[in-house]
Design a binder for this molecule. Structure first.
Ligand code: UDP
Length: 381
């Protein structure tokens, strides 16, 4: 029987585990946590699913990803909405035509709306950095205002860097809407797992060929030697899928990769509703970036007179007791990452996967779709 060892029981690892198990592989999946699910892990508290590693909201345009996960969960339809709190005034994010009218005097808002619709067409979406470079000074001035109101402060808090030092794709995740669309995402499939993410992953891992071992650090069981990879001190020819931080696994031998981490501060309130949206972004003040109110996006039809929120305080990842949530891609870090990739490519049974393994800022659906692709490759190998 072909064997695979998977490091990490998050969505990437669990997807590979399930597909490979169904295709005749004996799967061993290890995780350093005392639970499965990686960062999508959730627990029910006060009747509400609380996501212990920050807000996760599923959305995808991929029929394949949606169909795959649908085998392990029932869903409830959920269209995410975000507001920014601008010193007490709530406006939709992505910044849309309603945001424009909320913050500008009526005449000026009408004028800007007409120019934007004329330039881009109604119902379009435009990246903020593109708007900022427009030849029309009225559009440029508007873009500078949106930039200051929505992006500048939030991004500095979130990344600890200026926008010029970031991968341009980060800003493209949240465009400006030339419409009254209030939805944070525009994907074809927008659903949340009705019984939580942990249950979905548990269902994925519930297969006779899958053996899960928790509380296990990859570093303690995996080593790279000249003649191959060793698992628990024995040379192994199993396929190895590694969904963790490769710099950490290899003792930073080519230097540390930069990541942002987060401190989550959870609070429970004796009230039905804490804020007017599932997520409120603080884009002009506060040290936290956003407040997520779980009952509004994780738990359908919950009746509770309590509510649980989380505030996110970003900071630089500095030691291995922290969790590297966001890779920070730039020329330097990608050069360092490439050294790790070149090193592990000497070992044809070793594969990097996921947000950490691939050092890529990806959403859950891409994690699943990358995992499906890698599994197919290993089945055909
Ligand atoms: N962003 C921002 N203001 C906002 C929302 C997002 O400046 O109100 C920027 C910020 O740099 C953030 C990026 O857009 O890191 C991507 O936002 P997204 O909501 O996709 O972040 P995630 O949910 O992945 O943390």
């Amino acid at each position: 029987m072909k064997k695979v060892i998977i490091v990490g029981s998050g969505l990437s690892g669990a997807t590979c585990a399930r597909i490979l198990a169904e295709n005749g592989f004996k799967v061993k999946i290890i995780d350093k946590n005392n639970h499965i699910g990686g960062n999508v892990y959730d627990e029910k508290e006060e009747g509400i699913f609380v996501q212990k590693y920050g807000p996760h909201i599923f959305h995808t345009n991929s029929q394949e990803v949606y169909d795959f996960l649908s085998k392990y969960t029932v869903w409830f339809p959920f269209e995410h909405q975000v507001l920014a709190n601008i010193k007490g005034v709530y406006i939709p994010v992505p910044f849309n035509l309603d945001s424009l009218h909320a913050l500008y005097p009526e005449n000026q808002a009408n004028e800007i709306e007409a120019i934007l619709v004329n330039e881009y067409g109604k119902d379009n979406k435009v990246p903020i950095m593109e708007l900022k470079q427009h030849s029309n000074p009225i559009i440029r001035e508007f873009a500078d205002f949106v930039f200051k109101t929505i992006f500048e402060h939030y991004t500095t808090k979130q990344w600890g860097r200026s926008i010029e030092q970031l991968d341009p794709n980060v800003m493209k995740r949240v465009p400006v809407y030339i419409s009254r669309n209030k939805n944070y995402f525009t994907d074809k499939f927008q659903y949340q797992p009705a019984n939580g993410y942990t249950k979905m992953v548990e269902n994925m891992l519930n297969h006779q060929n899958i053996d899960v071992k928790l509380n296990t650090e990859a570093k303690d069981v995996l080593s790279f030697r000249d003649d191959g990879i060793y698992f628990e001190n024995e040379k192994t020819d199993a396929e190895i899928i590694f969904c963790g931080a490769i710099d950490n696994l290899l003792d930073n031998k080519f230097g540390r990769l930069p990541y942002r981490t987060l401190n989550f501060v959870y609070e429970t309130y004796e009230m039905e509703s804490y804020q007017p949206a599932p997520v409120v972004n603080y884009t002009v003040d506060m040290e936290f970036t956003r407040i997520s109110e779980f009952k509004k996006f994780t738990t359908p039809n919950v009746k509770s007179d309590k509510t649980i929120i989380v505030k996110e305080y970003p900071l630089e990842y500095e030691n291995e007791n922290q969790i590297p949530y966001y890779p920070i891609a730039n020329e330097n870090s990608l050069n360092t990452y490439k050294k790790y990739v070149d090193f592990v490519s000497q070992y044809p049974n070793f594969h990097l996967l996921g947000r950490l393994g691939n050092y890529k800022y990806i959403n859950m659906d891409i994690a699943v779709s990358d995992a499906i692709k890698l599994s197919q490759k290993l089945i055909e190998k």
